[in-house]
Design a protein around this ligand. Structure first.
Ligand SMILES: C[S@@+](CC[C@H](N)C(=O)[O-])C[C@H]1O[C@@H](n2cnc3c(N)ncnc32)[C@H](O)[C@@H]1O
Length: 238
């Protein structure tokens, strides 16, 4: 089980910060064996959680140029009125964009394990006048998601941090409707020039090798973003 103190004190992306932070290294080791079944196929080391202390990094102005968030939203073709999960929502960088896409007749379930992140997200939504977002404070052991409720689940820079990936993804599968979609966005580990610590990057093959055995079928890989893979799955039929 992950100890309460395992949330990393360093930011995920600052290569220097993470590479030099002994607390981060310890946390990563603590979580290494948390879900051995899911990670055995890749021997991937689970990354420490990005602390709310570094929340500013999630809204850095250059992020738009690096990640093209609105292009990503457009590519996903999210219908109005749909229910979308923003898993590991942080301060809501994608939540408000999703909320506008689904419109007032739809809703966004914004899930995070850090209450401080959800507090910042709530303030962010209030400032933007957005009222169709529900926050869910999850734990590593319980996502708190309702069953058979969502048309899409979006994971941006989150999957690699899950302490119990198989368990969590089982709950996400249960939360998706049978025709729902799972969208996993991860920094491309195949490209060393991308200035993100390797623990916080994944290859497209790693994403597929881990998630497909968790009850999902691969649908497509989109590689139009400058730095990230977009890997789309649907729940496997039983
Ligand atoms: C790098 S941040 C990304 C935030 C957001 N998706 C974005 O792109 O701005 C990762 C977030 O995932 C959250 N997280 C990590 N493990 C989680 C889990 N098991 N359940 C829910 N949230 C989790 C962290 O608390 C953090 O807010």
């Amino acid at each position: 089980m992950r100890p309460p103190g395992a949330i990393c004190a360093g930011a995920l992306a600052g290569v220097a910060l993470l590479a030099t932070g002994s607390a981060c290294r310890l946390a990563a080791q603590d979580t290494e064996a948390t879900d051995a079944g899911a990670t055995a196929s890749t021997s991937r080391q689970i990354a420490p959680t990005m602390s709310y202390v570094h929340a500013d990094w999630l809204t850095r102005p250059e992020r738009e140029e690096e990640e093209h968030p609105d292009r990503l939203m457009g590519a996903l073709g999210i219908p109005r009125g749909s229910t979308v999960i923003d898993f590991g929502a942080g301060v809501g960088y994608f939540t408000w964009r999703l909320a506008r896409r689904v419109g007032p007749e739809g809703r966004v379930l914004a899930v995070d394990i850090q209450p401080e992140m959800l507090e910042m997200l709530t303030a962010n939504m209030r400032e933007r006048g957005i009222g169709n977002v529900e926050t869910i404070l999850s734990t590593n052991e319980d996502s708190g998601l309702p069953s058979n409720a969502a048309d899409l689940a979006l994971f941006v820079d989150v999957y690699h941090e899950l302490a119990y990936p198989a368990r969590t993804m089982g709950e996400v599968r249960d939360a998706l409707k049978p025709e729902g979609r799972l969208v996993v966005v991860e920094y491309r580990k195949e490209e060393p020039w991308i200035p993100i610590h390797p623990l916080h990057k994944m290859t497209a093959q790693e994403v597929r090798d881990e998630i497909e055995p968790m009850g999902f079928d691969f649908v497509e890989l989109l590689d139009f973003l400058p730095r990230q893979h977009v890997v789309i799955f649907k729940p496997s039929r039983d």
